[in-house]
Design a protein around this ligand. Structure first.
Ligand code: SF4
Length: 187
């Protein structure tokens, strides 16, 4: 199969072995760069690098500010990168409109899809109830996009569910595109 015909799946860059984490390390997962890369075109995306945070960088965390959950510096709460991460998530619609799934890095304040720790300022306690700020934008601009984190990916049952959802999402996307072309040509 031609590479261009493969279904596209976006992946948090650190899971592909890129040393883009705040401390200059990666979280490489062999299964992704091995087996999955043969069957899918993998799109490497690191939102924190994309908004210019660089490596190494001061770590950020999620803070519940009442009206919304913000991504701010752990040491410097004035360093608020929420809007930049949301804007970058929106831009993926233009740069990669054809992704059919996303493998995210668990627990990240940018990329974690669920149960990310959120700090409550009144108590100073972290509650595992958030999603990464960037993930929230991806979900908003790619409704129904199948997502998974690297831990669930190593559970065969959950991984198979994800792969099936990716295939269905791709078929639906192709059908919608074909239908749109057909109507434009015939009206
Ligand atoms: S979790 Fe996301 S933001 Fe953090 S290093 Fe990995 S790709 Fe970049």
């Amino acid at each position: 199969m031609q590479k261009d015909n493969k279904i596209k799946i976006a992946v948090s860059s650190c899971l592909l072995g890129e040393a883009v984490r705040y401390d200059g390390t990666d979280k490489h997962i062999d299964y992704i760069t091995g087996q999955l890369s043969k069957e899918y075109t993998l799109i490497s995306l690191c939102p924190e690098m994309a908004i210019g945070m660089g490596v190494p960088r001061a770590p950020i965390h999620l803070v519940d500010n009442g009206k919304r959950i913000d991504a701010v510096g752990v040491e410097d709460s004035e360093n608020n990168v929420t809007d930049a991460l949301l804007q970058y998530g929106k831009s993926i619609q233009q740069s990669h409109p054809d992704i059919c799934g996303y493998i995210f890095k668990k627990n990240s304040p940018s990329c974690g899809p669920a149960k990310v720790k959120v700090m409550v300022p009144e108590t100073g306690i972290y509650e595992p109830r958030g999603q990464g700020v960037y993930v929230s934008a991806i979900r908003k601009y790619f409704p129904g996009l199948p997502v998974i984190d690297e831990e669930d990916l190593l559970d065969v049952r959950i991984m198979n569910e994800f792969i099936n959802k990716v295939a269905k999402f791709s078929k639906l996307k192709n059908f919608v595109a074909w239908n749109y072309d057909y109507k434009n040509k015939n009206h």
